[in-house]
Design a protein around this ligand. Sequence first.
Ligand code: XIL
Length: 355
Amino acid sequence: MKWGVLVPVLAAAALRLGFSAGVRDQSLREAAQSSGVLIGTAVRPAQLSEEAYASTLAREFNMLEPENVLKWEEVHPEPQSFDFSQADQIVDFAIRHGMKVRGHTLVWHHQNPQWLTEGKYTSGELAQILEKHIKTVVGHYRGKIFAWDVVNEAFDELQPGKLRSTIWRDQPGIGLAGNGSSYIERCFRWAHEADPQALLFYNEAGAEVVNPKSDAIYAMVRDFRQRGIPIDGVGFQMHIENLRADVASISANIKRFAALGVEVHITEMDVALPVDPNGNPRPEDLQLQAEIYREVANACLSHSGCTAIQTWGFTDKYSWIGSHSKKTRGAALLFDRDYRPKPACHALRDALATR
Ligand code: XIL
């Protein structure tokens, strides 16, 4: 082939490559910019002083959520005192780097302080305690936390579609036991009074697909919307186990919730892999993991009501999966223990860039 012919051919090829080379250099945050979807991660404030942790966080994400430090046991350690020092660090970091903050979580049955769980309070007292908690915490971050997981995991694991029995519902509850989801409704009203601008979410585990649990949540959210209860969104946690994700069902589920007029956030995504005693996964599993991140991202990106994708941490160095699986599973996140992007990170970035 003569050079005269070859040069334009090479130029065209370079142009085509230019696109992918451009994408290849992008951070997740850059790739997400024009997608209309926020890209977030859960954060531990103790790690912010680690240079690689902080720089990766600021470069790759435009939304953060405290992994633990806004839970009751951290933020409300004594009946009369709140401790915002750790969550404030995360919010300050977010402001410095132009990131949004999600709040997690105001009402849950885990990680509650002993003074609360063993306080033998009456329903009337518990209602007062909960109202004060919600209003103090949401009020402290008014204008700074744009979205809250008001209630987390209220539906039962074992009895499909039933509300879980908890300190807030019926043990002894805040006085609305037996009234279905009205205790949840009350929490949303309190949060809305404390910050009318904040987006209020119901967050749940194991309800990503169409199943009895998500059917029950769907019925509750539809009822709340019809009666003007201030709910703005639903969070699907997306902790994926066994490398299995029914993406068609996830997509159908996102679609039906978005059709109710609420936003959908993927709030806690991770894809746990089996790991050897040194914490290393099999290379082929890293590819399967990448495909799951890609497909779940595409399921979100294909519905305009799905407005955020968040992972539950970002480096395999710090993830709840290891400690909660006795180290048999791990490597669930986008960056390895040395902060190198994994195939999953590239797959997610490509999905975001091609929206
Ligand atoms: C987990 C944290 O990641 C752990 O560090 C902690 O020990 C337990 O809680 N669903 C949720 C999150 O809503 O708050 C949980 O976070 C993971 C499951």
